[in-house]
Design a protein around this ligand. Structure first.
Ligand SMILES: Cc1cc2nc3c(=O)[nH]c(=O)nc-3n(C[C@H](O)[C@H](O)[C@H](O)COP(=O)(O)OP(=O)(O)OC[C@H]3O[C@@H](n4cnc5c(N)ncnc54)[C@H](O)[C@@H]3O)c2cc1C
Length: 815
């Protein structure tokens, strides 16, 4: 039975300070870890408020299992950091965390899960995490209660184990105290009110604290704490079961503690608990708990177990760990914990708010809490985390991520916790949240859709709606040939793609040019022109790869990653001068892009503008009319062809689409989707935001330093100057592959050692080659360099390309 501890400096007599640098609301493992890290890194004047005892949310009844595996490599890194941290906080606080580093395995009972684990192993290789494959017999040797006949292999990880969740939370809090921070129990935050100077008054029954920053670490009450500020956080507590068995004699007699494990197909996790086993499972049909809100009087209570809900999983477990069928169940635990829409935490500075931070939806707090604390402290104190934490950034969701949508997606995510999601898989729940005016039209054309930042967009086009299906998997699937057809049309004639899902940011006002010159590393164009520019952080890391357009002395637009739009809004709003007006206008401008040699002929039929090669040159832009509707017309292309982007207000999109289709009918026009675009940009050697370009890399590492205007001051300039000769570089590779391509995160090897990793890749249809991009040491980045890439456990030869395979001089684009 999980135990509740009592804090030593509970509510008691101690007076609440009137001011703090930061106030953390919530004393679960996440809040306590942030308290520890802030104090350790210098913000000693930080206070944590807990409405009850510490660990009064989900933290006290966690199963306490810890591991490094995560879908995102940087989250894996932070999980490794979290696990390594436990010794430090135990020593510093003198409070036991009850750590057992038993090691653990991930069991593969079929080829698909074996393939998945091979991918994980490949990631671990370049991350320097210690994982190795062991045979089913070795599994049984290390854990004699497991029947090895169900397995074909297992991935062993030394860094797996378990701990006492309550002890770990207290150790964080007490270690924070050692560093000078304070925490107050039985002190609920009842109201959060922002003062005009941006600081916050946090009201409690024991008085009010004024703080420069506040952090919502409300866990089960994250939604309620957010609502104090009108913030609707799309997280959802989910019921979760685990069982504790009676004593198992073989365990009592064993000389060592048994390792812990996860069996994906059976959907169970297990570990030793005292002389028995703890066995947990993620139900096939998840049960959202308290959809309308978590009651404030919910305390250290558990929920009524529903063993029928997990009966199918138990059958698997009894088969694979037969002793489970022989011993009694000592206790069945059903407790709620909070999930986010994609299963990853939601952390960071909340876009649109000042000095309001959150660290919520942390569903594996004992694996991730340390890393979340580290990241939050770096972000709050230094202005940016030391690694790219996009996978956890609260800004990856926008206002479309409503509470209802959050419940649907968080439930889906809970149910899929141990269910395979393939790299090319589209998830079914929460779809059609946002659609454009031509959604049905594209479906009728055979579009296979996915969702990005809440908006549906086409991946590829089949021969009609009935034909628009594909089997997810690691290998190429039936979409391959359809994508080839789209690429062929765009390269030979003309292709059209919907571009509603790109972000558009508008800047107006007398100070707009000077402001953009300061935040963008590249050239800000003159009226009627666009330029490409990186945007850097103070530390010289990439924070954007943007197209900037000028429409007048005081009017500019930035075009960039759709998924980054809230993160960019947050960035732009930080120190926006009074003489600049900024708006995220992404939803005001939908549109189409034309690519291919016949795109000029299509456009010429639809506009009175002179769009001849001389009349509208590469990187020209203007506000004009196409197909009789007002548009922003830009001559630019991500496909490497002669191309145009045509943005219009959403209400004109259907009209524009009909006209483009009509004009293109005799010119070989074909619709294409995101996969064809990604294929075409690969053979041009162009990186993509979120994959090849991310805050993990500098402009020089990513090869974007050529776009920098060194003759001006801009954010990140001194770091960029210092990093002109980077130790690693982004390269484009060709690979010798049949029937499969890289997706991302595969290890790149040289002479048997992991030297880098794949950031993106796929099949380049026009040149007929499998290609990839990835970061390798600079000395291995020259054209012709031979390397290897690990895909599903096999090594394949790869060669660094010195120039784009398609139109290396960019003549087509400029034609
Ligand atoms: C059955 C079960 C098994 C689990 N197993 C594991 C596991 O094996 N490994 C793992 O890593 N994770 C596991 N977890 C998940 C883990 O428990 C959570 O990830 C973790 O507890 C989240 O911590 P938190 O600090 O975000 O939230 P919580 O623990 O919910 O803490 C939030 C705290 O905020 C306080 N609070 C809320 N509102 C206010 C307010 N207005 N004023 C002051 N205080 C406030 C609450 O009282 C509470 O103490 C499990 C969870 C469950 C339920």
């Amino acid at each position: 039975m999980p135990e509740i501890q009592k804090s030593e400096n509970g509510g008691g007599a101690k007076a609440l300070p009137s001011h703090a640098k930061a106030v953390i609301i919530g004393g679960g493992v996440v809040g306590c870890s942030i308290l520890f890290h802030l104090a350790k890194f210098g913000w000693k004047d930080t206070v944590l408020l807990e409405r009850d005892e510490l660990t009064s949310g989900s933290s006290w009844h966690a199963a306490g299992q810890i591991h490094t595996i995560s879908s995102d490599p940087n989250i894996s890194r932070l999980q490794g950091y979290t696990i390594d941290l436990y010794k430090e906080i135990e020593e510093l606080s003198g409070h036991s965390v009850g750590l057992h580093m038993t090691g653990g395995f991930y069991l593969a009972s079929n080829k698909t899960w074996y393939d998945y684990l091979k991918r994980e192993r490949s990631k671990a290789r370049y991350m320097g995490l210690s994982q190795e494959f062991i045979s089913p017999q070795e599994v049984a040797d290390r854990h004699p209660l497991i029947d090895p006949k169900y397995y074909i292999a297992a991935l062993w990880d030394d860094q797996d184990g378990d701990l006492d969740p309550s002890g770990a939370t207290y150790a964080f809090a007490k270690a924070a105290k050692v560093h000078g921070a304070q925490y107050f129990t039985h002190t609920p935050a009842t109201k959060t009110i922002q003062r005009p100077d941006g600081s916050w008054d946090v009201h409690t029954p024991r008085g009010t604290i004024n703080a420069e920053h506040i952090v919502n670490c409300g866990g089960l009450w994250a939604r309620e704490v957010g609502q104090m500020q009108g913030l609707n956080i799309p997280v959802q507590p989910m019921e979760h079961h685990y069982l504790l068995t009676e004593k198992i004699q073989a365990i009592a007699d064993a000389p060592n503690r048994l390792p812990c494990g996860i069996d994906y197909e059976a959907n169970i996790y297990f570990r030793q608990e005292r002389d028995g086993l703890l066995l947990g499972t993620y139900e096939q049909r998840g049960t959202p708990w308290k959809v309308d809100g978590t009651p404030w009087d919910f305390g250290h209570e558990l929920l009524q177990p529903n063993l029928e809900q997990i009966a199918d999983r138990l059958e698997f477990a009894f088969e694979r760990i037969p002793v489970l069928g022989e011993v009694g169940i000592r206790q069945a635990i059903n407790g709620p914990f909070t999930f986010g829409p994609d299963g990853n935490p939601m952390i960071g500075s909340v876009p649109g708010m000042t000095n309001y931070w959150c660290a919520v939806g942390v569903m594996a707090g004992f694996c991730q809490g340390g890393g979340v604390g580290l990241t939050m402290a770096e972000w709050m104190i230094d202005g940016e985390p030391s690694i790219d934490v996009w996978a956890m950034d609260v800004a990856r969701f926008g206002d479309w991520a409503t509470p209802d949508w959050g419940t649907v997606k968080s439930t889906e995510n809970y149910e899929r916790r141990f269910v395979m999601t393939f790299p090319n898989e589209t998830l079914p729940k929460g779809r059609l949240q946002k659609t454009t005016a031509i959604y049905d039209h594209l479906l009728a054309k055979g579009a296979r859709m996915d969702q990005s930042f809440g908006l549906e967009h086409a991946l590829w086009f089949a021969n009609g709606p009935e034909d628009a299906h594909e089997a997810p998997g690691f290998e190429r699937n039936r979409s391959h040939d359809y994508v080839a057809r789209e690429v062929a049309a765009a390269r030979a004639n003309v292709g059209v793609i919907e571009v509603a899902n790109f972000a558009k940011h508008e800047f107006k006002g007398p100070g707009a040019r000077a402001y953009l010159d300061g935040i963008l590393a590249g050239f800000v164009p003159k009226p009627g022109r666009v330029t490409l520019t990186p945007m850097l952080t103070e530390k010289g890391r990439l924070y954007g790869d943007l197209t900037v357009a000028c429409y007048g002395a005081e009017h500019f637009m930035l075009f960039g990653s759709g998924t980054m739009q809230e993160a960019h809004r947050r960035w732009f709003m930080r120190d926006l001068p009074a003489d600049v007006r900024y708006r995220n206008v992404s939803e005001d401008w939908h549109g189409l892009a034309l690519s291919g040699p016949n795109s000029r002929a299509v456009l010429a039929e639809l506009t009175r503008e002179d769009v001849s090669a001389a009349g509208f040159t590469f990187r020209d832009t203007k506000m004009t009319y196409v197909a009789g509707v007002p548009v922003i017309l830009t001559r630019i292309s991500f496909s490497g062809e002669l191309g145009y982007e045509i943005y219009c207000k959403p209400q004109y999109l259907r009209r524009l689409t009909e006209a483009v289709e009509l004009a293109g009918a005799d010119k070989g026009l074909r619709w294409y989707g995101a996969r064809a675009l990604m294929s075409m940009r690969l053979e041009k050697g162009w990186g993509a935001w979120g994959l090849d370009f991310r805050p993990d890399f500098t402009a020089a590492e990513a090869g974007l330093d050529g776009f920098i205007n060194w003759n001006k001051e801009f954010i990140g300039k001194s770091a960029a100057l210092a990093g002109k000769q980077p130790a690693k570089r982004l390269v484009t590779l060709t690979l010798e592959l049949e029937g499969i391509d890289v997706s991302n995160d595969e290890a790149i090897l040289h002479e048997g050692a992991a030297v880098g990793y794949i950031s993106s890749g796929g099949f380049a249809h026009h040149v007929g080659r499998s290609m990839a991009m990835g970061y390798v040491p600079a000395e291995l980045s020259a054209g012709g360099q031979k390397l290897e890439v690990e895909i599903l456990g096999q090594m394949y030869s790869a060669e660094v390309q010195s120039a784009p395979l398609y139109d290396p001089d960019g003549l087509k684009m400029r034609s």
